[in-house]
Design a protein around this ligand. Structure first.
Ligand SMILES: *[C@@H]1O[C@H](CO)[C@@H](O)[C@H](O)[C@H]1NC(C)=O
Length: 281
Protein backbone atom coordinates (compact mmCIF):
# COMPACT_ATOMS: atom_id res chain seq x y z
CA UNK A 1 0.00 0.00 0.00
CA UNK A 2 1.14 3.57 -0.36
CA UNK A 3 3.84 4.32 2.09
CA UNK A 4 4.19 7.48 4.07
CA UNK A 5 6.50 10.01 2.51
CA UNK A 6 8.97 9.38 5.28
CA UNK A 7 8.93 5.69 4.56
CA UNK A 8 9.26 6.26 0.83
CA UNK A 9 12.29 8.39 1.49
CA UNK A 10 13.75 5.76 3.75
CA UNK A 11 13.15 3.08 1.16
CA UNK A 12 14.40 5.00 -1.84
CA UNK A 13 17.87 3.57 -1.46
CA UNK A 14 16.45 0.05 -1.52
CA UNK A 15 14.92 0.69 -4.95
CA UNK A 16 11.51 -0.62 -3.96
CA UNK A 17 9.02 -0.19 -6.80
CA UNK A 18 6.58 2.20 -5.20
CA UNK A 19 3.73 4.21 -6.60
CA UNK A 20 3.71 7.76 -5.34
CA UNK A 21 0.55 7.19 -3.31
CA UNK A 22 -0.78 8.57 -0.09
CA UNK A 23 -2.89 7.46 2.84
CA UNK A 24 -5.27 9.50 4.96
CA UNK A 25 -6.24 8.81 8.57
CA UNK A 26 -7.01 5.20 9.50
CA UNK A 27 -8.41 2.91 12.16
CA UNK A 28 -5.99 -0.02 12.45
CA UNK A 29 -5.69 -3.24 14.44
CA UNK A 30 -3.24 -6.13 14.45
CA UNK A 31 -1.43 -8.37 14.47
CA UNK A 32 -3.50 -10.98 16.33
CA UNK A 33 -1.93 -13.27 18.92
CA UNK A 34 0.30 -15.91 17.33
CA UNK A 35 -2.11 -18.75 18.21
CA UNK A 36 -5.06 -17.09 16.48
CA UNK A 37 -6.21 -15.38 13.29
CA UNK A 38 -9.17 -13.37 12.05
CA UNK A 39 -11.86 -15.76 10.87
CA UNK A 40 -14.39 -13.18 9.87
CA UNK A 41 -14.72 -9.43 9.68
CA UNK A 42 -17.43 -7.09 8.53
CA UNK A 43 -17.92 -3.35 8.40
CA UNK A 44 -20.37 -1.02 6.66
CA UNK A 45 -19.29 2.22 5.05
CA UNK A 46 -21.80 5.03 4.73
CA UNK A 47 -20.64 6.51 1.45
CA UNK A 48 -19.74 10.18 1.70
CA UNK A 49 -19.99 12.60 -1.18
CA UNK A 50 -17.25 12.37 -3.75
CA UNK A 51 -13.99 14.15 -2.96
CA UNK A 52 -13.80 17.78 -4.05
CA UNK A 53 -10.95 18.98 -6.22
CA UNK A 54 -9.83 15.47 -7.05
CA UNK A 55 -8.27 14.46 -10.34
CA UNK A 56 -7.08 11.15 -8.94
CA UNK A 57 -8.08 7.65 -7.90
CA UNK A 58 -9.43 7.61 -4.35
CA UNK A 59 -10.32 4.42 -2.49
CA UNK A 60 -12.11 3.86 0.79
CA UNK A 61 -11.76 0.36 2.16
CA UNK A 62 -11.36 -1.93 5.14
CA UNK A 63 -8.66 -4.52 4.69
CA UNK A 64 -7.03 -7.54 6.25
CA UNK A 65 -3.35 -8.27 5.90
CA UNK A 66 -2.59 -11.98 5.88
CA UNK A 67 0.16 -14.44 6.75
CA UNK A 68 0.91 -14.83 3.01
CA UNK A 69 1.38 -11.11 2.59
CA UNK A 70 -1.94 -10.72 0.78
CA UNK A 71 -4.29 -7.84 1.36
CA UNK A 72 -8.03 -8.57 1.30
CA UNK A 73 -9.74 -5.26 0.64
CA UNK A 74 -13.14 -4.67 -0.88
CA UNK A 75 -13.14 -1.16 -2.27
CA UNK A 76 -15.30 1.92 -2.77
CA UNK A 77 -13.47 3.77 -5.52
CA UNK A 78 -13.91 7.30 -6.85
CA UNK A 79 -12.32 8.51 -10.02
CA UNK A 80 -13.49 11.79 -11.55
CA UNK A 81 -17.14 11.10 -10.78
CA UNK A 82 -19.78 12.16 -8.29
CA UNK A 83 -20.44 8.47 -7.63
CA UNK A 84 -18.53 5.44 -6.41
CA UNK A 85 -17.48 2.12 -7.94
CA UNK A 86 -17.88 -0.83 -5.56
CA UNK A 87 -15.96 -4.08 -6.00
CA UNK A 88 -14.20 -6.93 -4.21
CA UNK A 89 -10.42 -6.92 -4.47
CA UNK A 90 -7.40 -8.84 -3.22
CA UNK A 91 -3.73 -8.04 -3.64
CA UNK A 92 -2.15 -11.49 -3.91
CA UNK A 93 1.46 -11.69 -2.87
CA UNK A 94 3.57 -13.03 -5.71
CA UNK A 95 7.00 -12.52 -4.18
CA UNK A 96 8.60 -10.72 -1.27
CA UNK A 97 8.30 -7.45 -3.16
CA UNK A 98 5.45 -7.90 -5.64
CA UNK A 99 1.67 -8.29 -5.52
CA UNK A 100 -0.94 -9.09 -8.16
CA UNK A 101 -4.48 -7.68 -8.00
CA UNK A 102 -7.55 -9.88 -8.40
CA UNK A 103 -10.94 -8.24 -8.48
CA UNK A 104 -14.63 -8.70 -9.12
CA UNK A 105 -16.83 -6.71 -11.44
CA UNK A 106 -17.85 -3.31 -10.19
CA UNK A 107 -21.21 -1.73 -9.32
CA UNK A 108 -22.02 1.98 -9.09
CA UNK A 109 -23.17 3.34 -5.73
CA UNK A 110 -24.11 6.80 -4.52
CA UNK A 111 -23.47 9.06 -1.53
CA UNK A 112 -25.54 7.83 1.41
CA UNK A 113 -25.54 4.22 0.24
CA UNK A 114 -24.39 1.66 2.80
CA UNK A 115 -21.57 -0.55 1.56
CA UNK A 116 -20.99 -3.70 3.60
CA UNK A 117 -17.60 -5.37 3.20
CA UNK A 118 -17.77 -8.84 4.77
CA UNK A 119 -14.81 -11.23 4.78
CA UNK A 120 -15.10 -14.84 5.90
CA UNK A 121 -12.65 -17.72 6.14
CA UNK A 122 -13.94 -20.93 4.56
CA UNK A 123 -12.59 -24.04 6.28
CA UNK A 124 -13.48 -26.29 3.35
CA UNK A 125 -11.34 -24.37 0.85
CA UNK A 126 -8.91 -22.50 3.11
CA UNK A 127 -9.86 -19.37 1.14
CA UNK A 128 -11.36 -16.14 2.34
CA UNK A 129 -14.52 -15.03 0.60
CA UNK A 130 -15.43 -11.37 0.26
CA UNK A 131 -19.14 -10.55 0.25
CA UNK A 132 -19.83 -6.99 -0.87
CA UNK A 133 -23.32 -5.57 -0.42
CA UNK A 134 -24.96 -2.27 -1.28
CA UNK A 135 -27.83 -1.36 1.05
CA UNK A 136 -28.06 -4.99 2.13
CA UNK A 137 -28.11 -6.45 -1.38
CA UNK A 138 -25.18 -8.73 -2.20
CA UNK A 139 -23.50 -7.47 -5.39
CA UNK A 140 -20.07 -9.13 -5.51
CA UNK A 141 -18.12 -12.04 -4.08
CA UNK A 142 -14.47 -12.97 -4.47
CA UNK A 143 -12.66 -16.02 -3.09
CA UNK A 144 -8.88 -15.94 -2.68
CA UNK A 145 -6.28 -18.12 -1.00
CA UNK A 146 -4.46 -15.87 1.43
CA UNK A 147 -3.32 -17.84 4.45
CA UNK A 148 -4.64 -16.39 7.69
CA UNK A 149 -5.73 -12.80 8.29
CA UNK A 150 -3.65 -11.12 11.00
CA UNK A 151 -4.88 -7.53 11.05
CA UNK A 152 -7.88 -5.39 10.14
CA UNK A 153 -8.29 -1.71 9.48
CA UNK A 154 -9.72 1.10 7.39
CA UNK A 155 -8.03 3.21 4.76
CA UNK A 156 -8.39 6.44 2.82
CA UNK A 157 -6.05 5.84 -0.09
CA UNK A 158 -5.05 7.98 -3.03
CA UNK A 159 -3.19 6.27 -5.85
CA UNK A 160 -1.14 9.44 -6.16
CA UNK A 161 -1.54 12.61 -4.11
CA UNK A 162 -4.16 14.31 -6.30
CA UNK A 163 -7.39 13.23 -4.58
CA UNK A 164 -8.39 16.65 -3.27
CA UNK A 165 -10.46 16.83 -0.11
CA UNK A 166 -12.18 13.63 1.00
CA UNK A 167 -15.26 14.24 3.16
CA UNK A 168 -15.51 12.87 6.68
CA UNK A 169 -17.24 9.48 6.75
CA UNK A 170 -18.20 6.62 9.04
CA UNK A 171 -17.90 2.85 9.18
CA UNK A 172 -20.63 1.24 11.29
CA UNK A 173 -21.31 -2.19 12.80
CA UNK A 174 -17.73 -3.42 12.58
CA UNK A 175 -17.25 -6.97 13.89
CA UNK A 176 -13.92 -8.82 13.97
CA UNK A 177 -14.15 -12.50 14.91
CA UNK A 178 -11.04 -14.39 16.01
CA UNK A 179 -10.33 -18.09 15.58
CA UNK A 180 -9.52 -18.31 19.29
CA UNK A 181 -9.94 -15.48 21.77
CA UNK A 182 -7.25 -12.81 21.79
CA UNK A 183 -7.98 -10.79 24.94
CA UNK A 184 -5.02 -8.50 24.28
CA UNK A 185 -6.11 -7.50 20.78
CA UNK A 186 -7.26 -4.17 22.19
CA UNK A 187 -3.60 -3.31 22.73
CA UNK A 188 -2.96 -3.39 18.97
CA UNK A 189 -5.49 -0.65 18.23
CA UNK A 190 -4.11 2.37 16.38
CA UNK A 191 -6.08 5.44 15.37
CA UNK A 192 -4.92 8.20 13.05
CA UNK A 193 -5.36 11.86 13.89
CA UNK A 194 -9.03 12.71 14.39
CA UNK A 195 -10.22 9.10 14.08
CA UNK A 196 -12.67 7.90 16.74
CA UNK A 197 -14.17 4.51 17.56
CA UNK A 198 -14.12 2.22 20.59
CA UNK A 199 -13.34 -1.46 20.13
CA UNK A 200 -14.94 -3.70 22.74
CA UNK A 201 -15.39 -7.40 23.44
CA UNK A 202 -18.10 -9.14 25.43
CA UNK A 203 -16.67 -12.64 25.22
CA UNK A 204 -13.09 -12.39 26.39
CA UNK A 205 -11.60 -11.39 23.07
CA UNK A 206 -13.09 -13.79 20.53
CA UNK A 207 -15.41 -11.18 19.07
CA UNK A 208 -14.48 -7.51 18.85
CA UNK A 209 -16.98 -4.87 17.86
CA UNK A 210 -16.84 -1.19 17.00
CA UNK A 211 -20.27 0.36 16.68
CA UNK A 212 -19.03 3.44 14.85
CA UNK A 213 -15.68 4.44 13.39
CA UNK A 214 -15.53 8.11 12.41
CA UNK A 215 -12.88 9.16 9.90
CA UNK A 216 -12.30 12.91 9.60
CA UNK A 217 -12.17 14.76 6.33
CA UNK A 218 -8.75 14.72 4.73
CA UNK A 219 -6.99 17.05 2.32
CA UNK A 220 -4.48 15.19 0.20
CA UNK A 221 -2.90 18.38 -1.10
CA UNK A 222 -1.90 19.54 2.38
CA UNK A 223 -1.69 16.10 4.00
CA UNK A 224 -3.90 17.29 6.82
CA UNK A 225 -7.25 16.36 8.29
CA UNK A 226 -10.08 18.83 7.85
CA UNK A 227 -12.46 19.38 10.73
CA UNK A 228 -15.42 21.69 10.31
CA UNK A 229 -16.69 22.84 13.67
CA UNK A 230 -19.19 25.42 14.78
CA UNK A 231 -18.72 27.80 17.62
CA UNK A 232 -21.06 30.52 18.69
CA UNK A 233 -20.14 33.72 20.37
CA UNK A 234 -22.76 35.76 22.18
CA UNK A 235 -22.26 39.28 23.39
CA UNK A 236 -24.63 40.26 26.17
CA UNK A 237 -23.62 43.90 26.09
CA UNK A 238 -24.55 44.45 22.48
CA UNK A 239 -27.34 41.86 22.43
CA UNK A 240 -26.15 40.46 19.14
CA UNK A 241 -25.06 36.96 18.51
CA UNK A 242 -22.86 35.62 15.80
CA UNK A 243 -22.15 32.12 14.74
CA UNK A 244 -18.98 31.29 12.93
CA UNK A 245 -17.79 28.13 11.32
CA UNK A 246 -14.13 27.57 11.35
CA UNK A 247 -12.04 25.02 9.61
CA UNK A 248 -9.07 23.59 11.38
CA UNK A 249 -6.42 21.39 9.94
CA UNK A 250 -4.01 19.08 11.65
CA UNK A 251 -1.55 16.59 10.34
CA UNK A 252 -2.69 12.97 10.17
CA UNK A 253 -0.34 10.50 11.76
CA UNK A 254 -1.07 7.17 10.13
CA UNK A 255 2.05 5.09 10.41
CA UNK A 256 2.90 2.12 8.24
CA UNK A 257 6.14 1.19 9.96
CA UNK A 258 6.86 -2.52 10.29
CA UNK A 259 5.06 -4.14 13.21
CA UNK A 260 2.47 -1.40 13.69
CA UNK A 261 -1.25 -2.04 13.43
CA UNK A 262 -1.33 -0.02 10.23
CA UNK A 263 1.37 -2.24 8.82
CA UNK A 264 -0.88 -5.27 9.31
CA UNK A 265 -4.15 -3.63 8.39
CA UNK A 266 -3.12 -1.54 5.39
CA UNK A 267 0.07 -3.17 4.11
CA UNK A 268 -0.80 -6.84 4.21
CA UNK A 269 1.99 -7.37 6.72
CA UNK A 270 4.48 -6.79 3.93
CA UNK A 271 8.00 -5.67 4.72
CA UNK A 272 8.45 -3.11 3.40
CA UNK A 273 4.95 -1.74 3.05
CA UNK A 274 4.22 -2.00 -0.68
CA UNK A 275 2.35 0.41 -2.82
CA UNK A 276 -0.59 -0.86 -4.87
CA UNK A 277 -0.66 -1.12 -8.61
CA UNK A 278 -4.39 -0.69 -8.92
CA UNK A 279 -5.53 1.19 -11.98
CA UNK A 280 -8.32 3.66 -12.09
CA UNK A 281 -11.59 2.04 -13.13
C1 LIG B 1 -9.31 -19.97 -3.81
O1 LIG B 1 -8.55 -18.82 -4.21
C2 LIG B 1 -7.85 -18.97 -5.45
C3 LIG B 1 -7.12 -17.65 -5.71
O2 LIG B 1 -6.23 -17.36 -4.67
C4 LIG B 1 -8.82 -19.24 -6.56
O3 LIG B 1 -8.10 -19.45 -7.77
C5 LIG B 1 -9.66 -20.46 -6.23
O4 LIG B 1 -10.65 -20.63 -7.23
C6 LIG B 1 -10.34 -20.26 -4.89
N1 LIG B 1 -11.11 -21.45 -4.53
C7 LIG B 1 -12.44 -21.45 -4.49
C8 LIG B 1 -13.06 -22.75 -4.08
O5 LIG B 1 -13.11 -20.48 -4.76
Amino acid sequence: MPSSRQLLAALAAAAVPAVEGAMGPAFSTGPVASNSFIREATSTLILPKAPTGSSGDLSLWVGMGTSKGDLIQSIADNWQSSNWAIFAYTLLSTSATTQMPVQSDSTTAYPGDQITMHYKYDDSTGNYTQYVSINGNLVHTLSTSDGHALGFGSAVECAETNCGVVPAHTWINTVITMDVADPNYINTLGKGQGVTGDMVTGDGGKTWTVSKISIPGYDFSSGKIVTASSSSTTSTTTKTSTTSTKTTTTTATTSTATGTAAHWAQCGGKTPCLSPTREAC
